[in-house]
Ligand binder design. Structure first.
Ligand code: CTP
Length: 377
């Protein structure tokens, strides 16, 4: 049996980037042999095993063939006679289809090293089309390596176009899609992910609400959304802020639809929804009345969720930066308002005998006074 390092670990070492986790492929062995050596299977009928001590993933060399729509429609063939070259051929991109043996020698039957040098994201073979998730993967790699000068080979973009038009993307599960989307959002140039989806027609399928901005009469809204996301990445903001920044200019309905389509985690959902609903209050120049300001703070439940309001202000700041505005003049003021409202102590009111609704009303009144006493904007 021969064991090789494969996939991202080989690619990133050649790019001189840090390698997070290593995938291994085992050629010339059977499942029984690996089990006898103490490897644990990851699933009942998938030829991937966990190393008994290191916990790394070892996959038996396999070929794959698509038999139906979606992720389930796959048969694979793993046996000791599958060669390394056959295993590499079923992979998505040439830069991901290289192996390294234990002497450090690179096995590269599909031109991965040349494509790395020339900065091409290029598919290995027509079997690329067997997994529609690869449209998202390629867009994600484009977002990750944009600063290195990587771009998508024309023939690969063509294939991505055909896949997007085929209806196959609809078969992706929300969980698999969100996993790629959330990883893409955290890449250094996440806006490139959406530009690639637009270029291959996948945006209209997966993010029709965002795609519609390109046709909207309010000019430049789509570019502005991507520029806001870009600023959030430049400022190294977390996933919640990036998702909210991207969706800031959509109608509430559109934001809700996207949140549901990808079963987005709750913290991301809530921030995007609230931020979309209240962004105008933060972005327009005039100061809201103390009553409106209090309403805004209550909507975000700033007392129990101060971080969420802070992230809202941050997303709005990203939007201002995207428009080359110097800064969100209101940013500091909104933060101050949050602090002032939060500083109103509850205990004296409880001690004074207020309970239930009366306590709520008294608190509201004190917080309003605190906002009225603030320096005007
Ligand atoms: N792979 C593929 N098609 C997919 C998923 C994975 O061909 N839909 C192959 C690629 O060869 C990839 C390898 O499996 O390099 C490992 O996949 P994964 O761990 O998801 O990605 P990495 O390439 O290691 O990249 P990352 O740094 O994003 O983890």
């Amino acid at each position: 049996m021969n064991i090789y390092k494969v996939g991202g670990a080989v690619r990133d070492r050649l790019l001189e980037l840090p390698v997070a986790d290593i995938d291994w492929v085992v050629v010339g062995a059977s499942a029984e042999q690996l089990l006898a050596l103490g490897y644990r299977p990851v699933g009942a009928d998938f030829p991937v095993f966990i190393h008994p001590t290191t916990g790394a993933e070892y996959a038996l060399a396999r070929t794959e063939r698509k038999t139906g729509r979606g992720y389930g429609g796959f048969v694979f063939h793993a046996s000791p006679d599958v060669t390394l070259e056959e295993d590499l051929q079923r992979r998505d991109l040439t830069i991901n289809a290289m192996a390294e043996d234990d002497t450090g020698r690179i096995i590269d039957p599909y031109g991965g090293q040349q494509d790395l040098q020339q900065r091409w994201l290029r598919h290995v073979s027509p079997s690329f089309a067997e997994d529609p998730l690869r449209v998202l993967r390629v867009a994600r790699f484009a977002a990750r390596y944009a600063a290195l000068g990587f771009r998508i080979a024309p023939e690969t973009l063509e294939l991505m176009r055909a896949l997007s038009a085929s209806g196959e993307l609809e078969a992706l599960t929300p969980e698999r899609s969100w996993k790629e989307i959330s990883r893409a959002l955290m890449e250094p140039a996440p806006q490139v992910f959406f530009e690639v989806l637009k270029a291959c027609g996948a945006l209209g399928v997966l993010f029709p609400e965002l795609d519609a901005l390109y046709a909207s009469s309010a000019s430049g809204l789509a570019q502005l959304s991507l520029a806001t996301l870009r600023q959030a990445a430049v400022a190294e903001q977390p996933l919640t802020v990036r998702w909210a920044s991207l969706l800031l200019r959509l109608e509430a309905q559109g934001i809700a639809a996207l949140n549901q389509r990808f079963k987005v985690p709750r913290d991301c959902q809530e921030l995007a929804q609230l931020a979309g609903q209240y962004q105008r209050q933060a972005l327009q120049d005039d100061a809201p009345s103390p009553e409106a300001l209090l309403g805004l703070l209550q909507a975000f439940d700033v007392y129990r969720r101060p971080q969420r309001f802070e992230e809202f202000v941050t997303a709005c700041e990203m939007a201002v930066r995207a428009e080359n505005g110097p800064r969100l003049t209101k940013g500091a003021w909104l933060r101050e308002a949050a602090a002032a409202a939060r500083a109103v102590p509850v205990k004296p009111l409880v001690d004074a005998g207020f309970t239930g609704q009366a306590l709520g009303e008294a608190l509201r009144q004190r917080r309003l006074e605190a906002l009225q006493n603030m320096q005007p904007l």
